[in-house]
Every structure is written in structure tokens, then in C-alpha cells.
Design a protein around this ligand. Structure first.
Ligand code: SF4
Length: 218
């Protein structure tokens, strides 16, 4: 594989990678459980420094108890902290959720807004959370740069940075927006199933011949 790839070559390689991962993971979906935009927004805030599996253990009871932005905004903070305690950093998360939902109620009629610009003005909501909500709830193209996307984009040689915003913009340069949402689902699934942190299964990886970091025995 050439050390310095042209943009067109990177685009072709990335599209081939996505085609293969789509065939390998036809059931790829976001790891957080939700049924509406508010639930995904809350789940994504809870997922900071926490696994999706842990968040999914907490959210069924949480979503049954708090159904609207107003429910969260009016909740006693100590109660909300207790309800989300096992996701870690629960004091900060509870504060962000209440402040975020207060603003949803005051500025957006209790609805989750559909633009990145509006979403990132909410407390506790950065580009990652905003893109996750836009792509998975509204089918609006957005690249969610999480820990899997960061690690695998570097391993695949598409970026050489841990900066999530730089990674997002570098990927936007080489991938058509029609594939951004698919990219996230596929790369995150690949990160969970094959390209696992610290123990990637390169010998079983369907894209090893397209990966400059592949460690495959001859
Ligand atoms: S070849 Fe190895 S390092 Fe490259 S994507 Fe596959 S599992 Fe990850």
C-alpha cells in the first residue's frame, strides 16, 4: 500500500472497506437502545466514559420514569443522580441532562432540534452526541467520532490524530455524505467484533488486505 495516498485512492479504499463491512455486518446498528430522539439524546449523554451495554441496563427504567424533557427538567437532581448512578460521572451527567432538558423545554418546545448548530448549544451535547442523534433519529448525515471510529480510522491510515473534530473533517473530505451514517454503524460494529482495542483479530478481518496496520501471519 502506498505511503502517501491520493484523496481519490483513499476514497476508493474506504468505499471498498465499507462494502465489505456491510456484507459482514448486515445487522449493524447503533449500540444504544432508544425509541425516540429524546431517549437517544439522553442515552448518548449517559454513554460518555461508559459502555453502551451499561447504559442499556439503566435506560429501560429511566425512560419508563421520565418520558418528556419536562420530566427531566423538573426532577429533583438527587433523584436523577440516583437513577443514573451506575453509568459513572453521574453528578455531571445529571446536571447536564436537567439543564439540557430545561433548554429543550424553554427554547424548542420540548422537542429535540434537528440541526447540528442548535444541538451543540445544549448543555452536555458536543458534536459526537449531536451527530449521533441526527444520523440515527433523523437520517441526517453526520459522522459520530467515538472511541472505535478514532482508533480504527487511525489504524486504517485515514487519519493520524486523536482529535475527534479533525477526524470528523478528514473523513468528510474522503467519504460522500450519503455513506456517513453507514460508516459509523459499520466501523463501530467492526470495533466491537473484530478490530477490538489492544487485541485486534487481524487474521479473521475481512478488510486486512486494505489495512496498513494488519498483523497477519503469512
Ligand atoms: S486488519 Fe487488524 S488492525 Fe486492520 S482493521 Fe482489521 S482487525 Fe483492525
Amino acid at each position: 500500500m502506498a505511503r502517501r495516498e491520493s484523496k481519490a485512492t483513499k476514497t476508493n479504499r474506504l468505499n471498498e472497506i465499507l462494502d465489505r463491512l456491510a456484507a459482514a455486518y448486515p445487522d449493524a446498528r447503533v449500540g444504544l437502545d432508544f425509541t425516540n430522539p429524546l431517549e437517544l439524546l439522553i442515552a448518548t449523554i449517559l454513554s460518555a466514559q461508559c459502555t453502551d451495554e451499561r447504559v442499556n441496563m439503566v435506560t429501560p427504567a429511566l425512560f419508563a420514569k421520565y418520558k418528556t424533557a419536562t420530566d427531566y427538567a423538573l426532577a429533583p437532581v438527587e433523584q436523577l443522580e440516583e437513577d443514573i448512578r451506575s453509568t459513572g460521572f453521574y453528578k455531571n451527567k445529571a446536571r447536564h441532562i436537567r439543564e439540557c432538558c430545561l433548554q429543550l423545554q424553554d427554547r424548542f418546545g420540548g422537542q429535540v432540534p434537528k440541526t447540528l448548530e442548535e444541538l451543540v448549544t445544549l448543555p452536555g451535547v458536543g458534536r459526537k452526541t449531536a451527530n449521533c442523534v441526527l444520523s440515527n433519529c433523523f437520517e441526517i448525515p453526520g459522522l459520530t467520532v467515538d472511541t472505535h471510529v478514532t482508533r480504527i480510522s487511525n489504524l486504517l491510515g485515514f487519519v493520524s490524530t486523536k482529535d475527534a473534530v479533525k477526524i470528523e473533517f478528514a473523513l468528510m473530505e474522503i467519504l460522500d455524505s450519503s455513506r456517513w451514517n453507514e460508516f459509523d454503524r459499520l466501523i463501530i460494529n467492526h470495533g466491537r467484533r473484530a478490530c477490538i482495542a489492544l487485541r485486534p483479530r487481524c487474521s479473521d478481518c475481512v478488510i486486512s488486505d486494505l489495512c496498513p496496520s494488519a498483523q497477519v501471519s503469512p
